[in-house]
Design a protein around this ligand. Structure first.
Ligand SMILES: [Zn+2]
Length: 245
């Protein structure tokens, strides 16, 4: 079987049987990789803490064209985020982020933007930036990367620009102005619209000026609804977040 290697983030590692784990990795340049980690379910194993959620590592594996699962042979930790990710106040946010990527990104997607986005979010959290703001930043950029983010500065119906308030279309594809809205329930105010524009040119580490200018929870709920709508699935991890209680 051919051998390959990839830089990747661990998105999940579940026991497959008494011996082995099934591991899902987001590679830096070819999307999701599913692999069996032989022996990883045993207490003493060669992988150690390599397979913790969101560990960034170099992974070596065997693959076969006719098999869905690769086989991990070894790996090295490049950077561990275990302390940050496993902290009680963060863990459910990171479960949710991993769940979104796992359910949405197809295998072999040649795109490094989500990988880089996740690394930026992880580093920003290591530097104590607020978790809810980082989730919001992630959601905006995730949708933008997938070509699903609406234009925050233009009505999707009449094309008027410079909205003071935007009503989210019920199919989540675009915003409507006050003249074009009908019975849409979800809205974004001027600050929220400005924030979406701001993310286009700013790194998550720059987020501090926004904290306190609006509450992130309503936009988080709206964007999670948008992810579920476009992905045609229901997310499970969000129910544990304060924003959804
Ligand atoms: Zn309009």
């Amino acid at each position: 079987m051919p051998q390959a290697s990839a830089s990747a983030l661990v998105l999940s590692a579940m026991p497959l049987n008494e011996q082995d784990k099934l591991v899902c990795l987001l590679t830096s340049n070819h999307g999701l990789l599913k692999a069996v980690a032989p022996g990883a379910a045993k207490i003493k194993n060669r992988f150690g803490s390599l397979l913790e959620l969101f560990t960034n590592g170099d992974f070596f594996y065997y693959w076969h064209e006719e098999k869905e699962l690769a086989t991990l042979s070894k790996g090295e930790i490049k950077e561990s985020f275990f302390t940050v990710v496993s902290a009680a106040q963060n863990i459910f946010y990171f479960y949710l982020i991993a769940e979104i990527v796992l359910k949405f990104i197809p295998p072999n997607q040649n795109d490094d933007r989500i990988y880089k986005l996740l690394l930026a979010i992880l580093h920003a959290r290591k530097n104590n930036l607020a978790m809810d703001w980082l989730l919001l930043y992630f959601l905006v950029w995730f949708l933008r990367s997938e070509g699903l983010l609406f234009n925050p500065g233009r009505c999707a119906n009449c094309s008027i620009t410079d909205l003071n308030r935007g009503w989210v279309r019920s199919d989540y594809r675009g915003l409507l102005c006050s003249n074009c809205k009908t019975n849409e329930r979800l809205t974004l105010n001027r600050e929220e619209l400005e924030y979406i524009k701001w993310t286009q040119h700013h790194h998550p580490r720059d987020i501090t000026p926004w904290i306190g200018r609006f509450l992130p929870a309503p936009m988080i709920r709206m964007l999670i609804g948008k992810v579920e709508y476009h992905g045609e699935f229901s997310l499970q991890s969000n129910r544990y977040l304060p924003e959804f209680r």
